[in-house]
Ligand binder design. Structure first.
Ligand code: MSP
Length: 497
């Protein structure tokens, strides 16, 4: 049994979950579900990023302590992910004692190894990003490139991480492991950045106190990104002696958005090297969901509310749309209009209708019993190559492709029924029952392959078609015979509201 450890970014708790964060969560969840289906031992970790200036300011604005504020806001994320059927195994909050001690232990190790030193820092800081910028990176020399708002000059004495010492090792690491970043375009971006040369970075703050304190100098707290990245080690018990760390590290898959690539693919592996552990094995970098060509974000006020979609349609509808919307790693425009279009075309028409049709025809022409699944034989559905294509795509982290292959089985099922025309034939006709049995099995396979995307509907499909459960990931002849019943549509047609 293989191990499969996957993480999401941990989200800033000063906003509500939105489509962008739901997107990261749903992708990671689909991969976790896929690997559970393969029988792997899966550890899927998500959580919330609760320290830093932005959070302290939001708490002050609401007249509560930072801890009260994060207790409240973190819960909103956990609750939202529950409603989207996110099957995480652990939820890390960076204010938890287990995390605080991991951060202190990990960074003390780097300090002991001589890669952290004290110096004066003067820089241009964006509070929304919690990051310093070079003047050349600013828009019109003054505004944050992400938020479009002016940055502030900050100056403080703090501790630095000797990032520059890891420049060559990082280049060597990526040259030797070109598969470490998916998609490959992001690997080239990282290598290009590394080849420009790295400078050391400031990793502590003395101007704020909402953070993890530096164990060897209590005047300082760690910079929020330095604290946040370490959640990936907290989740596997770094330093706790339980053996979990050795089991799960370093073969981890870190899923993240392209905007936080450098933190993950440059700083984080360097920190690991500095602490004497292996760098993480794999980064899965998503693109952005765009609305009319612009990144959705709270500050731009152009969000689609994923929770409203989940309650108006279903969590499956949202999940399917986001996984299917564009190829993994690419940017893509999303809109409610296209969501409803895809929902009606793929889920209501192709998939939902086919399930209803097989049930109705089995009732009319097969005595109300599930038709037997014949041996695959000449495979008129083309199920075998489509199944293999979908499996390969899921294994290669390409949900859109995996879904397309599964939906092609569904469409082939519709065509086979059109050709066999069981509705024109007498009850018990052998050819009709053969076609119905094949389509029934095709739907089971499609539902298994789609289950990482639409977990609820997939279970419902197994039940409606008289299968005991998901069954095997291959064509499986069976006797049929279970009683089938007519039920309301699996995905009722819908209009945007
Ligand atoms: N707290 C940091 C991550 C620390 S991980 C050690 C953070 N949080 S965030 O809440 O701002 O963003 C989390 C993720 O949401 C990022 O990966 C980001 O790419 C993703 N998204 C935010 N808006 C997005 C879109 N519009 N589209 C797709 N994903 C985007 O950064």
């Amino acid at each position: 049994m293989a191990n499969f450890y996957i993480t999401t970014p941990i989200y800033y708790v000063n906003g509500d979950p939105h489509l962008g964060t739901a997107y990261a969560e749903i992708n990671a969840d689909a991969f976790a579900r896929w690997h559970r289906l393969l029988g792997d031992q899966v550890r899927f970790v998500t959580g919330t990023d609760e320290h830093g200036l932005k959070i302290a300011q939001a708490a002050a604005e609401h007249g509560v302590t930072p801890q009260e504020w994060v207790d409240r806001t973190s819960e909103r994320f956990r609750g939202a992910w529950g409603k989207l059927d996110i099957s995480f195994d652990d939820f890390i909050r960076t204010t938890e004692p287990r995390h605080v001690s991991t951060v202190q232990e990990f960074l003390s190790e780097i300090y002991r190894r001589g890669y952290i030193y004290k110096d004066l820092y003067v820089g241009l800081y964006c509070i929304s990003c919690e990051a310093y910028y070079q003047e050349s990176e600013l828009v019109d020399g003054k505004d944050c490139p992400v938020h479009g708002r002016p940055v502030t000059e900050m100056s403080e004495e703090n501790y630095f991480f000797a990032l520059s010492k890891f420049n060559d090792r990082l280049i060597e690491f990526y040259e030797n492991n070109p598969g470490a970043i998916t998609p490959e375009t992001r690997l080239h971006e990282v290598l290009g950045f590394l080849r420009q040369g790295l400078t050391d970075i400031s990793i502590t703050r003395s101007s704020i106190d909402w953070g993890v304190s530096v164990p060897w100098d209590e005047q300082h707290v760690f910079y929020v990104w330095y604290d946040a990245l370490i959640n990936y080690l907290t989740a596997v018990g770094y330093g706790d002696g339980s053996g979990a760390f050795e089991q799960w590290w370093p073969s981890v898959h870190h899923l993240l958005g392209k905007d936080i690539l450098r933190f993950h693919a440059v700083w984080w592996p360097a920190m690991c090297m500095a602490a004497g552990i292996d760098p993480p094995a794999h980064f899965l970098v998503t693109g952005w969901m765009l609305v009319n060509g612009e990144k959705m974000s709270k500050s731009l006020g152009n969000q689609i509310d994923p929770m409203a979609v989940a309650s108006d349609l279903s969590s499956d509808a949202l999940r399917y749309y986001l996984l299917r919307a564009n190829g993994f790693g690419l940017d893509g425009d999303v809109s409610l209009e296209s969501l409803y279009r895809v929902y009606n075309a793929d889920l209501a028409n192709d998939l939902g209708n086919l399930v209803s049709r097989v049930v109705a025809l089995s009732i009319q022409k097969g005595g109300g019993r599930a038709p037997a699944v014949p041996e695959i034989g000449s495979d008129p559905l083309g199920a075998k190559p489509l199944l293999e294509g979908s499996i390969a795509a899921w294994n290669a982290f390409r949900p859109m492709d995996a879904i397309d292959h599964a939906m092609a089985i569904v469409r082939a099922g519709n065509s086979l029924l059109e050709r066999a025309e069981p509705w024109r034939r007498p009850e018990g006709d052998a050819e009709s029952l053969d076609a119905l049995g094949r389509v029934r099995e095709g739907l089971r396979l499609a539902a298994v392959l789609l289950s990482p995307a639409i977990p609820k509907a997939s279970l419902e499909i197994f039940v409606r078609l008289g299968f005991g459960g998901a069954g095997e990931l291959r064509w499986t002849a069976e006797a049929g015979g279970a009683t089938l019943e007519k039920r309301p549509p699996l995905f009722p047609r819908a209009v945007a509201g």
